[in-house]
Write a protein that binds this ligand. Structure first.
Ligand SMILES: CC(=O)[C@@H](O)[C@H](O)COP(=O)(O)O
Ligand SMILES: NCC(=O)COP(=O)(O)O
Length: 250
């Protein structure tokens, strides 16, 4: 049986483009709805504490219009948990945040923030929201997720995406091993960050990975071939890779 893989379209950088001019376009609502028309399986968006791209009003406007599901990425703060409970996305992905970073640099420090994560899981779980943790592909972190009863993780693919040659092969191997271990532990495995048409194939081939969240590269491709085509091409590429799984950890 052919296994499918979901594409979560991240619309953060549509909002980055809008905000850089302080105007109302490109409109993240239009981006989300057209992404769904193009085949997105979910819409991902990150409400950063500094509101550098997505803003609170975007969340509230987009949430009731989606036909698929909303995956809200946010830091573990009282403010963000409160907003998430009001917006009621289907999914929340808890991510680490540093005010000075250009983009999300690493995964959540699940061991160091064990009690904070535990409380966030409780608050969001009681609000009926599915929670994933954005983590590095690391066995110890996955074990801590399992100990916390986490049902979904998103493996940070940034180190793989930024590497080349033998370093990239090693990063890919880390992701394969982590995905297999999480799957063995009964955890659903998603992945994302820095993925584009040139590096997504090997990640989409990893069978335990069920969903990829991709944003920046789709916005970049859209400049040249249009938003819907960029999404359709990415989906087709991911599914073609999925139809030829890598099969082993070697
Ligand atoms: C957590 C994550 O990987 C995404 O939210 C992505 O990082 C979005 O863009 P920025 O990190 O550039 O805000
Ligand atoms: N969680 C990763 C994500 O949503 C998209 O990251 P990127 O493709 O914008 O790097």
């Amino acid at each position: 049986m052919i296994q499918t893989i979901d594409l979560g379209v991240n619309i953060d950088h549509i909002a980055t483009l809008r905000n850089v001019r302080g105007v109302s376009y490109p409109d993240p609502i239009r981006a989300a709805l057209e992404a769904e028309e193009a085949g997105a399986d979910l819409i991902t968006l990150h409400l950063r504490e500094d509101r550098r791209h997505i803003k609170d009003e975007d969340l509230f406007a987009i949430r009731p219009l989606l036909k698929t599901r909303m995956n809200l990425e946010c830091a573990i703060t009282t403010e963000m948990l409160e907003i998430a409970c009001r917006v009621q996305p289907q999914d929340v992905c808890l991510v680490p945040e540093k005010r000075t970073e250009v983009t999300t640099e690493g995964g959540l420090d699940v061991l160091g923030k064990f009690n904070e994560v535990k409380l966030a899981l409780k608050i969001l779980g009681e609000a009926g929201i599915k929670v994933s943790l954005f983590i590095d592909p690391d066995r110890g972190v996955i074990q801590a997720c399992h100990d916390l009863g986490v049902k979904i993780v998103e493996l940070h693919t940034g180190a793989y995406a930024n590497a080349s040659g033998s370093k990239q092969v090693a990063e890919l191997q880390r992701i394969k091993i982590a995905a297999a271990f999480a799957h063995e532990m009964g955890i659903k495995v998603n992945a994302g960050h820095g993925l584009h048409e040139g590096n997504v194939w090997e990640i989409a081939q990893i069978l335990p990975i069920r969903e990829l969240n991709i944003g920046h590269a789709l916005v970049a491709e859209a400049v040249f071939k249009g938003w819907k085509i960029a999404i359709q091409d990415m989906k087709a590429l991911m599914q073609a890779a999925r139809n030829q799984p890598s099969g082993s950890l070697a």
